[in-house]
Design a protein around this ligand. Structure first.
Ligand SMILES: Nc1ncnc2c1ncn2[C@@H]1O[C@H](COP(=O)(O)OP(=O)(O)O)[C@@H](O)[C@H]1O
Ligand SMILES: N[C@@H](CCC(=O)OP(=O)(O)O)C(=O)O
Length: 375
C-alpha cells in the first residue's frame, strides 16, 4: 500500500475532539495533550507546519464548574466554554512549552470566515504565526455565537481552516480507529474503511446520514469535513488520537486509520477556482515585458510591469491581466487594491514601501495565485 498522504503534506491541520481532549468529559487529559505536543514538535522538525483545532472548552468548563452534565441552555454552554477555554489554553501552552514550542490562541466564528476582510486578516495572522514557528490553537468563539451562526462542530471548523490556510491535509483525531462501514459501537461486524475518495456519497450512508442521531455529529460531520477540505485540494485522515505516536507515524508515511483522498492538489484547486471566477473586480494593463515574463518565464506579476489599473478591486479580489490591446493574458488574486496599484505601478520593488508607507508583498500577483488564459 502507498504511503500516507501526510508524508508529502507540508501544511497540516490537526483536529482533536472533545472526548479525547477531556478524557470522555472527566477533565483535561494532560498526558494526551503532552503526547500530541511531543508529536507535533517532531512533525515540525520534519519541516511541516501544523495548526491545531481543539474542541473541549465546554466539556472542560462543565468539569471545572462542578456540573454533573452538559447544560441545555445556550448561555450556560457559552459560560462553560468561556471557563473551559482558559483550561485548554493553559494546558496546551505548558504542554507545548515542554517541547520548546510557542502557541497562539485563535477563536473564530462563522462570520469571521464569511466576511472578506476578516477572512484575509485571519489568514494573514495564521500564515505569519506559522512562519514564526508558532503553533496556532483554534477553537470556535463560543461566547459570541448563537445556534444560527455556529460552525456547530469543530470538524467543520477544521475543514474551513484547512481551506483558509490552503493546507495540504486535515487529520481528524477521534475515539475510533477511523471510519467503519457502520457505527462500530452498535455494529460489531463493521469493517474499517482504509481508503476512499473524499466526497464519495456512499461514505455519508456509512456515517449515519444527515438527520439521524449520528448525523448531528459523530462520523457524519467528519465525512462532510473531508469533502469540504477536498474542495481546496486537501486530503483527510481520520484516525484514533489514542494510537501511539499517531501524528509522527503518519508524517513518516505509515498508513493509519481512514484516508479520504482529494482529487486535486491545493495549487490545482486554487488555480481552477481562479480560472472559473466570473466576478472580476477589475483589470491591470501589462507592458510587453510583463506579458513575456508571465507567458514565457512563469514569473509573478510585479508592479513595474503594470501600465494601468482599471476598476475598483480590493486586495484579495480576482483581477484580469490584459495586454495593451485588451487581450486577456492571465487572471489572479491581487495583493494590492486598485488605488494602491495606481501608486506603485511602474515602480521597482525597492520603491514600493516608500510609495505606500508599507509593503505587503513585492508581487502584485504571485505566480501561485495566477492562471494563464488562452494558452
Ligand atoms: N461509520 C462509523 N465509523 C466510526 N464511527 C462512527 C461511525 N458512525 C458513527 N460513529 C460514531 O462517531 C463517534 C465519533 O464522533 P464524536 O463522538 O463526535 O467524536 P469527536 O469528539 O472526536 O468529534 C464514534 O465514537 C462512533 O460511535
Ligand atoms: N467549541 C466547542 C466544540 C464542540 C465540538 O465540536 O466538539 P467535537 O464534536 O468533540 O469536536 C468546545 O470547545 O467545546
Amino acid at each position: 500500500m502507498s504511503q500516507s498522504i501526510i508524508h508529502a503534506a507540508h501544511r497540516i491541520v490537526v483536529k482533536v475532539g472533545s472526548s479525547l481532549v477531556t478524557n470522555e468529559g472527566r477533565g483535561l487529559d494532560h498526558a494526551a495533550l503532552l503526547r500530541w505536543a511531543q508529536e507535533i514538535a517532531e512533525v515540525s522538525k520534519m519541516g511541516k507546519q501544523v495548526v491545531l483545532v481543539s474542541s473541549g472548552a465546554i466539556a472542560e468548563g462543565v468539569a471545572r464548574l462542578g456540573w454533573s452534565q452538559k447544560p441545555t441552555s445556550v448561555h450556560e454552554k457559552q459560560a462553560a466554554a468561556a471557563v473551559g477555554q482558559m483550561g485548554l489554553c493553559q494546558a496546551y501552552e505548558s504542554a507545548f512549552r515542554a517541547y520548546g514550542l510557542k502557541t497562539a490562541q485563535i477563536l473564530l466564528t462563522h462570520e469571521d470566515l464569511a466576511d472578506r476582510t476578516r477572512y484575509l486578516n485571519a489568514r494573514s495572522t495564521l500564515m505569519t504565526l506559522l512562519n514564526l514557528g508558532v503553533i496556532p490553537i483554534i477553537n470556535e468563539n463560543d461566547t459570541v455565537v448563537t445556534a444560527e451562526i455556529k460552525f456547530g462542530d469543530n470538524d467543520t471548523l477544521g475543514a474551513l481552516v484547512t481551506n483558509l490556510i490552503e493546507g495540504d491535509a486535515l487529520i481528524i483525531l477521534t475515539d475510533q480507529t477511523g471510519l467503519y462501514t457502520a457505527d462500530p459501537r452498535s455494529n460489531p461486524d463493521a469493517k474499517l474503511v482504509e481508503e476512499a475518495e473524499a466526497g464519495d456519497a456512499s461514505l455519508e450512508d456509512m456515517a449515519g446520514g444527515a438527520g439521524s442521531s449520528v448525523g448531528t455529529g459523530g462520523m457524519y460531520t467528519k465525512i462532510i469535513a473531508a469533502k469540504r477540505a477536498a474542495r481546496s485540494g486537501a486530503s483527510t485522515v481520520i484516525a484514533s488520537g489514542r494510537e501511539p505516536e499517531v501524528l509522527a507515524r503518519l508524517a513518516r508515511g505509515e498508513r493509519i486509520g481512514t484516508q479520504l483522498t482529494a482529487q486535486s492538489t491545493p495549487l490545482a484547486a486554487k488555480k481552477q477556482w481562479i480560472a472559473d471566477h466570473l466576478q472580476l473586480k477589475g483589470s491591470v494593463v501589462l507592458d510587453a515585458g510583463a506579458v513575456r515574463a508571465l507567458r514565457l518565464q512563469g514569473s509573478s506579476l510585479l508592479p513595474i510591469g503594470v501600465k494601468e489599473a482599471l476598476g475598483d478591486f480590493l486586495r484579495g479580489d480576482v483581477v484580469s491581466c490584459v495586454d495593451v490591446s485588451g487581450v486577456e493574458i492571465a487572471r489572479g488574486l491581487a495583493n494590492y487594491s486598485a488605488a494602491e496599484t495606481r501608486r506603485i505601478m511602474r515602480l521597482p520593488t525597492g520603491q514600493i514601501e516608500a510609495a505606500l508607507g508599507y509593503i505587503d508583498e513585492s508581487e502584485l500577483i504571485h505566480r501561485d495565485n495566477m492562471v494563464l488564459m488562452g494558452v
